[in-house]
Design a binder for this molecule. Sequence first.
Ligand SMILES: Nc1nc2c(ncn2[C@@H]2O[C@H](COP(=O)(O)OP(=O)(O)OP(=O)(O)O)[C@@H](O)[C@H]2O)c(=O)[nH]1
Length: 320
Amino acid sequence: MKGNDGLAEASAIPVHVVGGFLGAGKTTFLNRLLRAQQHRRLAILVNDFGAIDIDGLLLERRDEDVLALRNGCICCSLQADLFSTLRMILSRRPMPEAIFIECSGVSKLQEMRRTLADPMLWQYAALEGVICVVSAVHVIAQARITEDPLWKEQILSSDMIVLSHMDEIGKADIRDVEERLQKIRGGIPILPVSENLLTHGVLVRPLEPTTEKSLFWAEGEDIDDDFINLEWRREASLDLMAFRSVIERHAPVLLRAKGILYLTTAPQRALLLQMTGSRITIGVAPEKALSDPASRLVFIGRSGMFDSQMLKNDLDAIPA
Ligand SMILES: Nc1nc2c(ncn2[C@@H]2O[C@H](COP(=O)(O)OP(=O)(O)OP(=O)(O)O)[C@@H](O)[C@H]2O)c(=O)[nH]1
């Protein structure tokens, strides 16, 4: 049977939102969860703030299960795309058992919550809960991130916090992190990533659909303007020392960088660059990355602080 809007009627599919600041560990958490729940039919919707689909590349799931929404933020500028993608997922047969939405690191979770509380959507896909992934290392050592109003908004607007990067700090620091988070949002469950959490799914407090009329087209505050991103692509491989010095020069104003790199020392080898705050790692990229032989990187910073043109000029000047 079909509903008035053309969607098949069915009991609502649970929707889990996974949010959290730039580089907090959302994709890593989701990958662990997907591995633990391999037997389930899940649809994953991933929102990269930039046009380059890095998160889609990093998610370990069959390509057809992962849908990417790029070049904007689903909590504001991509709201309409979010709805049309959800409709497409809901029209699939067999239907997924659950939908996970990985927000971009700049998504406001209150906006996501309002968007998904749409009364019409709720009949088919009901928000089960909003999980905020918080990096314990950010809390202990990255004041630049934890002083960002958006970081706090995400904690205040979620139902549960999942702590990442706990392996990198000691027990006393973990207690300190929990206390600091409880001060921001008293009573919120703060959970480490455990097998139990990954296997038995993610709780959480069921919400009621909004009584307001559909927010489908409601205009939210556009937070895309607060952040600037630079997408940079180079067909030839890069000199590591020159690349490093460019990154070190710009690191103080960057909140996040990630992407695929090819270096002159091993031009056939795709490397994965990850940078959150001032922490940088370069490791082996997933095999899928090799389908594109170009280096492709995304850099994100706050407007007014991050000079994307200057970074682009510096990157362009790196010798091949
Ligand atoms: N040691 C450690 N590293 C982690 C953990 N979680 C994530 N990372 C690393 O932190 C970096 C960022 O992790 P991602 O999962 O890509 O973070 P994200 O929140 O999806 O990033 P954006 O989508 O860009 O906002 C990567 O280098 C991960 O390997 C963790 O629990 N422990």
